[in-house]
Design a binder for this molecule. Structure first.
Ligand SMILES: Cc1ncc(COP(=O)(O)O)c(C=O)c1O
Length: 386
């Protein structure tokens, strides 16, 4: 096992930055490296491990389902999957009445775009500047990052990009030819950008005016991350399509699309399927996650998020441009070398992740404690304070 790092770097396709650690176990909110050292995990695999690593009800649900029936194609019915679909519809509310089960965020975005194009009969799509929706070809087409699109521009689906949080910019490109506007209610990858309170409502109004479908990509902001089941619940809007991923599968690969009846009714059989989509183990994970995400838990996420952000804002430092976020989706924009900050946090046994060019992103588990937050703030202050 000693050579894990070397083997990893030699045999894995080199598309990920290597963060210089080998983790072999985890406990609670901590990853444990190959020498037994614990690291407080605020990256949570980019927002997947929302209840840390030791939530027994979740782990038991997964283990039980592996014994009962680990995989079953969606052309048969399964008790856990059917129940999960029913509960997802109930929790999402609004117009969302049907569920499509896929295996990753990008796959959910692909399906959502197909559903919008097929059901509307229109051909144009609007996304946002700074948007991140994944790296498969259609998802990449609505992702607005030259870093990821470079070399593929000609192969991507044509998309108009409006300025995020600028309603006039959307108004300028919205018309009756547009099938869908796809939007992250809070932009994650580009730097935890929270829009103005009325912005998303205005987006919904423009969509309504031109009968454009509104797709909310809640892969990062959903599943309780911001203190509500969906981030759009803060803003009182009802998207036609919602994408979920990351934490929704209880740690198992997942990417779900929730859609309105009006959209669902126009999707014909076999247009979108997936061998592994809706496999009972992932669904058991989702079932456990939904059970854990009570109103009290959502209130705790909001409270912990406010506590965390308030504490970070007390740090007096010219190196901090802004602390921002919602719930436990938090970013610190820094004027110093961001990657160096991440490195120093890691040396202090705190794992965070990057966003944009200059943001340190925290996506902590919902099980984080105030004592752990206090320690993180102390370490952040030591690294970038004054
Ligand atoms: C908002 C959003 N959409 C889509 C994706 C893509 O998800 P995946 O990496 O599971 O394909 C991500 C991943 O970070 C995301 O944050």
């Amino acid at each position: 096992m000693k050579n894990t790092a070397k083997i990893h770097q030699h045999f894995l396709l080199n598309t990920y930055p290597y963060r210089g650690k080998v983790f072999t176990r985890a406990r609670g909110n901590y990853l444990i490296d190959d020498s037994g050292q614990e690291y407080l995990d605020l990256m949570t695999n980019y927002g997947v491990s929302i209840f840390g690593y030791s939530e027994q009800s979740l782990l038991n649900a997964l283990k039980r389902q592996i014994d009962l029936l680990p995989t079953l194609h969606c052309s048969f019915a399964n008790d856990v999957r059917a129940e999960v679909a029913k509960q997802l519809v109930k929790r999402a509310g609004g117009k969302l009445k049907k569920v499509y089960f896929g295996n990753s965020g990008a796959e959910a975005v692909e399906a959502a775009l197909k559903f919008a194009l097929l059901s509307s009969g229109r051909s144009k799509i609007i996304s946002m500047k700074g948007a991140f929706h994944g790296k498969t070809l259609a998802a990449l087409s609505v992702t607005n990052s030259s870093k990821y699109r470079s070399g593929l521009e000609k192969q991507l689906v044509p998309v108009s990009f409006a300025q995020f949080n600028d309603i006039e910019s959307l108004r300028a490109v919205a018309n009756e030819e547009v099938a869908a506007v796809i939007i992250e209610p809070i932009q994650g990858e580009t730097g935890i950008i929270v829009p103005d309170q009325h912005y998303l409502q205005d987006v919904a109004k423009i969509c309504h005016q031109f009968s454009i479908l509104l797709i909310a990509d809640e892969i990062q902001s959903g599943t309780g991350r911001t203190g509500r089941f969906l981030a759009v619940h803060h803003y009182g809007i009802e998207p036609d399509i919602v994408c979920l991923g990351k934490g929704i599968g209880g740690g198992m690969p997942s990417g779900y699309v929730l859609l309105s009846t009006a959209v669902a009714d126009k999707i014909s059989r076999a247009m979108q399927t997936s061998t592994f989509g809706g496999n009972p183990v992932t669904c058991a994970g989702t079932h456990a996650v939904l059970r854990l995400l009570t109103d009290e838990q959502l209130a705790t996420i909001s409270e912990l998020g406010s506590y965390f952000m308030e504490k970070l804002k007390t740090i007096q430092s010219d190196n901090i441009i802004e602390v921002r976020g919602k719930g436990l989706m938090i970013g610190i924009e820094v004027s110093v070398d961001r990657d160096q900050v991440l490195k120093e946090l890691q040396q202090e046994h705190i794992i965070a992740c990057p966003a944009g060019e200059s943001v340190v992103r925290f996506l902590p588990p919902y099980t984080i404690t105030k004592a752990e937050i206090d320690r993180i703030v102390q370490v952040v202050e030591k690294i970038i304070g004054a």
